[in-house]
Design a binder for this molecule. Structure first.
Ligand SMILES: NC(=O)c1ccc[n+]([C@@H]2O[C@H](COP(=O)([O-])OP(=O)(O)OC[C@H]3O[C@@H](n4cnc5c(N)ncnc54)[C@H](OP(=O)(O)O)[C@@H]3O)[C@@H](O)[C@H]2O)c1
Length: 274
């Protein structure tokens, strides 16, 4: 089994590591950063330095691959189009002439749903992104899904906020203890642990899933509940909420994880680890 991981960062590395443990898997990983090559060589048999829009390099990476995991992450809010759209466009063009690839798995984001004022959303809900970068992510999904065929299964995982080893919640929210945040904190926090991202990617691969699947845990905390629990656990000063100020989150949705569960996936970390 030959697997290419386009964008081998936090998620890509964890998936690579899991696949590399299977003796029959040959993992090729890409990075844009030459300095990361030695690190990636410890999780992948082959490492290629390339941007996602470099057609020739990407084409050589994709030769003879069976599975492609697309797990790119923009390095700034102003490079979303360049990162996601250009890579997706380049990728699908190459895949048209790369029949060995049977499945494309993409780690997207639930932010594509936009703002539903905390209402439950599932994969049938119309995605109406509430900001420009959300629109770019939605357009990226559309490009990838349009490439789906009987010969190429395309699966989009809409991830919640990512946390896990070395990206613990307490690190993510390290500047938050004792601060006052805008809004009432009642927006829904949708998160997913790295174990489940790796687990779900493998589940998607094994079960040949295609289409869109949300991937969030069962916790269903509000931001207030999450930060309260986190501060209590680490014995830090509580966060205050300024009800008179407008929240800085442009979307508020409660993401359903029923579809992937109904497909048979069992969450490894259904509750949040503080
Ligand atoms: N962080 C979250 O909470 C969150 C939530 C929902 C969804 N997601 C999505 O989950 C995915 C994976 O996240 P992550 O945390 O693993 O990201 P990450 O650690 O930042 O890794 C992203 C990877 O993409 C590569 N990359 C960046 N720009 C690129 C480009 N123009 N062309 C090709 N490769 C490029 C990076 O290259 P280098 O190796 O050079 O750095 C890196 O290998 C992302 O798509 C993200 O949008 C994230």
């Amino acid at each position: 089994m030959n697997i290419a991981i386009i964008g081998c960062g936090y998620v890509g590395c964890a998936a690579a590591q899991a696949w590399q443990q299977k003796m029959t898997f040959m993992v090729t990983a890409t990075t844009t950063t030459p300095e990361r090559v030695p690190t990636l060589q410890s999780v992948a048999q082959k490492v290629v330095v390339t941007q996602g829009n470099d057609r020739e390099k990407l084409k050589s990476v994709l030769q003879n691959q069976d599975i492609v995991l697309l797990s790119i992450g923009a390095k700034g809010a102003n490079v979303y189009a360049e990162t996601y759209l250009n890579t997706a466009q380049t990728l699908v063009e190459i895949l048209q002439d790369t029949p060995s690839v049977k499945q494309l798995i993409y780690t997207g984001s639930y932010s594509v749903y936009g703002n539903h004022n905390g209402a439950l959303v599932d994969e049938e809900t119309l995605a109406t992104p509430s900001n420009d970068n959300g629109k770019i992510l939605k357009a990226t999904e559309d490009i990838l899904l349009a490439a789906s065929s009987e010969k190429l299964r395309v699966c989009i995982l809409r991830l919640g906020g990512i946390y896990g080893p070395n990206r613990e919640l307490i690190k993510i929210f390290s500047r938050v203890p004792g601060t006052t945040r805008p809004g009432n904190g009642e927006d829904v926090a949708n998160w997913i642990h790295l174990d489940d991202i790796v687990g779900a990617i493998e589940f998607v691969r094994l079960n040949h899933l295609q289409g869109i699947y949300n991937l969030v845990d069962d916790a269903n905390f509000t931001s207030r509940e999450l930060l309260d629990s986190l501060m209590v656990k680490h014995n830090l000063a509580k966060v205050q909420w300024d009800h008179t100020a407008k929240t800085n989150r442009s979307y508020n949705v409660k993401v359903s994880n029923q579809k992937i569960k109904a497909a048979g996936y069992k969450l490894i970390q259904p509750q949040m680890i503080f």
